[in-house]
Each structure stands twice: as structure tokens, then as C-alpha cells.
Design a binder for this molecule. Sequence first.
Ligand code: SF4
Length: 132
Amino acid sequence: MEKIGLFCCSKSTRENRCASAQCLNNINNRTGDFQEYSDEKEIDLVGIINCPGCPSEIPPDRLSSQIKSLAELQVNKIYFSNCMNSCCVFRYDYQAIIERDYPDIDVFIGTDKELKGNSSEWIITRRVIRFD
Ligand code: SF4
């Protein structure tokens, strides 16, 4: 059983009204990078949390306490959202901090590596889907 936590960009949630739908779809329907899981493998999305905010706004050490809430749910894998993969310049720093503080948790950046670098296109696409 894979116990998954999803870690999302608070700015995307707040300013782009991202509901994490693409990432949730990948997890629930085994699309994107979740195609790699065999049908027999059980996947349980146990929690979702936003990042603490850009480090210029919020001290980056807040990250560990955010992640603690997922760790307490016994997740063994944390996936960063696709918008973090596309937009967040701190993603690798965040990954390093999580791997340092929670060595039993594997960290993956994005739920679909095909979308990397397409952030604005992806957000526009999401809006078209949302309002049509
Ligand atoms: S730190 Fe990264 S993930 Fe968090 S709000 Fe800023 S851009 Fe988004």
C-alpha cells in the first residue's frame, strides 16, 4: 500500500484558484506519473497540504511543520503538485529539507513530468476546462 501525501503551491491555490484537480486526477486514475503503479498496487491519498508560502513571505523552516501534518498520517511518499514543478524555484530546496527531516518519506516533484515547463499553458488550459 502506498500512502501518498500531496504538497501544493499556496500561491497557485490562492491566486490561480488551482483546486489540484489535475494532480488528483493523476493519483485517482493512474495517469501522468501514476501510470507507473501497477493495477494491483493500492494507492491511498491520505492528505493534502499547501506550502507555507514563498520564503520571502514566510520563514522556510515553517516547511517542516507543514510536512509534519502529512508525516503524522504515515505517508510514505509525498508528491509535489504539477504547479510546484513548473513554477516554484524553491522546489529542490524543499525536497532537500523534507528528505533531511523525514528520511523515511520519498519525495517526487510533480505528478506528471510531461507538464514540466508548461505552467502558464497548463493554467490557461485549466481555466478553459473550468469555464467552458
Ligand atoms: S514557495 Fe513555491 S510552492 Fe510555495 S507559494 Fe511560493 S512558488 Fe508556490
